[in-house]
Write a protein that binds this ligand. Structure first.
Ligand SMILES: *Cc1c(COP(=O)(O)O)cnc(C)c1O
Length: 368
């Protein structure tokens, strides 16, 4: 069967290196010392990337996609008497509300427009007026739009108010440097197939140990019990239940390659340059961005369809895909848009090539 080959400009799963993919050509056994050491090394490296020490923090890996990681934290950490405040400005923020509802967690949502960032002062006000709120959660890079939320000021406000801070940094961790310890973040969640540039299969959570300790016996789910997962993994690196071995091997290699690239600062630079080149080139062709430059993150960009379009997203998508790249439909609810991610094994040349393809497509349409 012939298969169309293309690079992903979708922010997870994303395009990985050949060498990361090759790591998966081996069926590793799960119980022996080699494998357990790989897991231990991954956990250690994740703490380093988060700028935290193992005295205060621990890294827990959990099977499943990123949402499993978020649900594991919310469902394990927030007690029956607790209440969560969710600062939401996109679909992933609202997904936390869905998780809270399903898990029968008490919660409130502080909702802002999808092109606006939640404000620390507003969170301070809500926390001062609502003493029953014990936890606050927010997405860092809202992949819905590409907006980058200000976790520094929000974490500061939450910590000053003495509450627990949970961050979904799914599409930013590894691509944006986050001083997790300095910000006092208690739980920060990401997954294997985003900026670390691994393949899908597990989520990981950097947890403040003193807070995680308190969640013993609290989880509403067996398989997503963050505390139990931690305690089992802590013994010698063996996973509770079957681990995604191929994903783990690929992730270990991806971490090595992140180091070789120059760590998070170097990766952030490449992503930011990709993003800037993309936005500049798209603007030259007449496209406008949904998020203002001030709040635009370096991961993914939402563009409006041009007003006078004589083509559908599907036509454009198909044209680009046949020429080697897969882009994303829009996800914001209040406008007709599409999205282009620029993370993964993507370089300047890819952005240039993509913009050339889009230009050809527009010329073709205009000359009809
Ligand atoms: C990718 C992503 C998730 C997790 O999505 P899954 O499909 O479960 O992997 C959660 N939050 C954000 C901000 C994301 O970008």
């Amino acid at each position: 069967m012939s298969k169309l080959n293309y690079k992903l400009l979708t922010p997870g799963p994303l395009t990985t290196t050949e060498t990361v993919k090759k790591e998966m050509m081996f069926d590793h056994c799960t119980w022996d010392e080699d494998y357990k050491k790989i897991t231990r090394d991954i956990r250690e490296k994740l703490l380093k990337l988060a700028h935290v020490s193992s005295d205060e923090y621990t890294a827990v890996l959990i099977q499943g996609s990123g949402t499993f990681g978020v649900e594991s934290v919310l469902g394990s950490v927030i007690g029956e008497e607790d209440k969560l405040l969710i600062a939401a400005n996109g679909a992933y923020g609202m997904r936390m509300a869905d998780i809270a509802q399903r898990n029968k967690i008490k919660y409130d949502v502080y909702k802002t427009g999808y092109d606006e960032i939640p404000k620390a002062e507003e969170i301070t006000r809500i926390l001062n007026e609502n003493h029953d709120i014990t936890h606050v959660s927010m997405v860092h890079s809202e992949t819905t739009s590409g907006i980058l939320n200000d976790i520094a000021s929000v974490s500061k406000a939450v910590k000053e108010a003495g509450r627990i801070m949970i961050v979904d940094a799914m599409s930013s961790f590894g691509g944006v440097d986050i001083p997790v310890g300095d910000l006092g973040i208690d739980f920060i969640i990401s997954s294997a197939n985003k900026c670390i540039q691994g393949v899908p299969g597990f989520a990981f959570i950097i947890c403040k140990k003193s807070v995680l300790e308190n969640s013993k016996g609290n989880a509403r789910s067996l398989s997503l019990d963050l505390y139990d997962q931690w305690k089992t993994m802590e013994i010698d690196g063996k996973w509770r239940f079957t681990s995604p071995t191929h994903t783990v091997l690929a992730f270990s290699k991806a971490l090595e390659e992140l180091e070789e690239e120059g760590g998070i600062p170097a990766r952030n630079k490449r992503y930011s340059e990709n993003n800037k080149l993309l936005i500049d080139s798209m603007r030259k062709m007449g496209f406008k961005t949904y998020v203002s430059d001030e709040n635009q993150g370096p991961i993914i960009t939402t563009f409006f369809y041009p007003d006078n379009k004589n083509y559908t997203f599907d036509e454009m998508y198909q044209y680009i895909k046949e020429r080697g790249y897969a882009i994303y439909p829009g996800k914001v609810t209040d406008a007709e848009t599409f999205r282009i991610g620029n993370i993964g094994e993507i370089y300047k040349e890819d952005i240039e090539k993509l913009c050339g393809i889009i230009k050809d497509f527009l010329n073709l349409k205009e000359n009809l």
